[in-house]
Design a protein around this ligand. Structure first.
Ligand code: NAD
Ligand code: UDP
Ligand code: UDP
Length: 335
């Protein structure tokens, strides 16, 4: 006797592709600084459904409070070092502490997050056929011997130093991305992010822009780590998010540098913050930490040519936007 089989149920993934209505997007680390701004931008498009997976190590639900309860949004407490089963079309893989004081706090966990976490997200991408974007970092160039840094530069990284858990962790994550791409045909995108700043940065995470703004607002001396001639290039977060989305939607795997080529010494940055926020604040020279890169500036030729992207917000315009957010959070109003 034969029984007629019911027709197969469409998988949620095929379902969403069939109707071309919704794009389901996973953002790991979406409760963090860059991740939450990315979620804001993705949620503006009514065709997007966004799932955030975050363990709240350095991120906070507060960054996503306007989306909690929204029908196209879902927040999962999840550590990416554990397997994750969801059905999605795209994965923005950001989960990883980004500030030196946090990634050095538990270096073994930082490596696990970069290596096992990225492996899990690639396994997920493979199972559901999703495109995956990794937020790598300019730290893969280490203390660079070539300036500015093009994507073809292989870097100058100390494999056994205190920053290695992060630098080498991201380098292995990039390797895994390319091996899944070559071996399993996964669609990958790699962004090499340079120093990014803006509202929602952790106030006490020790990064230079957040430190200087918080110090200026609290009337404390700005702590320039010696020698103060070391340089960085700072990208405002809205420009960063725009670059990440263009990379995901474009045709190129990368790696592609996303950053602002405007280069400043730490003394120049301190002087700019002083001038814009508190002209009478002191600037103190303090001891530095080991392996601090002496200079860093992205070569963004590739981003310009392949993604039609370049940053729009100048440091002098971005700092006041961040000041406003820090004033609110610190409860310090303008005199
Ligand atoms: P962030 O610390 O604000 O955000 C990282 C998020 O990942 C946090 O919400 C944190 O809770 C989460 N997270 C950490 N470990 C996790 C784990 N094991 N499982 C799940 N979630 C975890 O940092 P950010 O500045 O928003 O950085 C986001 C990404 O961009 C990171 O991958 C970072 O390496 C990269 N990046 C940032 C910068 C920068 O200047 N901000 C520069 C280069 C690269
Ligand atoms: N993985 C996951 N979600 C999935 C599929 C896989 O987290 O939907 C994890 C899985 O637990 C494994 C990793 O991704 O640890 C790599 O998966 P893959 O299938 O590539 O390798 P394998 O399972 O054969 O080791
Ligand atoms: N820095 C500083 N004062 C601070 C914090 C950092 O002068 O209070 C310097 C630090 O030595 C480094 C630069 O600022 O040269 C950028 O440091 P950050 O930790 O923000 O980022 P990264 O080193 O990852 O680029």
């Amino acid at each position: 006797k034969t029984t007629s089989k019911p027709p197969p149920l469409p998988s949620p993934l095929r379902f969403s592709k069939f109707y071309q209505s919704n794009m389901r997007i996973l953002v790991t680390g979406g409760a963090g600084f860059i991740g939450s701004h990315l979620v804001d931008k993705l949620m503006e498009n009514e065709k997007n459904e966004v799932i955030v997976a975050d363990n709240y190590f350095t991120g906070s639900k507060d960054n996503l409070r306007k989306w909690i309860g929204h029908p196209r949004f879902e927040l999962i407490r999840h550590d990416v070092t554990q397997p994750l089963l969801v059905e999605v079309d795209q994965i923005y893989h950001l989960a990883c502490p980004a500030s030196p004081i946090f990634y050095k706090y538990n270096p073994v966990k930082t490596i696990k997050t970069n290596v096992i976490g990225t492996l899990n997200m690639l396994g997920l991408a493979k199972r559901v056929g999703a495109r995956i974007l990794l937020t790598s970092t300019s730290e893969v160039y280490g203390d660079p011997l070539i300036h500015p840094q093009p994507e073809t530069y292989w870097g100058n990284v100390n494999p056994i130093g205190v920053r290695s858990c992060y630098d080498e962790g991201k380098r292995v994550a990039e390797t895994l991305m390319f091996d899944y791409h070559r071996q399993h045909g996964i669609e990958i995108r790699i962004a090499r992010i340079f120093n990014t700043y803006g509202p929602r940065m952790n106030i006490d995470d020790g990064r230079v822009v957040s430190n200087f703004i918080a110090q200026a607002l609290r009337g404390e001396p700005l702590t320039v780590q010696k020698p103060g001639t070391q340089t960085r290039s700072f990208c405002y977060v809205s420009d960063m998010v725009d670059g990440l989305i263009r990379l995901m939607e474009g045709e190129h795997t990368g790696p592609i540098n996303i950053g602002n080529p405007g280069e400043f010494t730490m003394v120049e940055l301190a002087e700019t913050v002083k001038e814009l926020i508190k002209p009478d604040v002191e600037i103190n020279m303090v001891e530095n930490t080991p392996d601090d890169p002496r200079q860093r500036k992205p070569d963004i030729t590739k981003a310009k040519e392949l993604l039609g992207w370049e940053p729009k917000v100048k440091l002098r315009d971005g700092l006041p936007l961040m000041e406003e957010d820090f004033r609110l959070r610190l409860g310090i109003s303008k005199e």
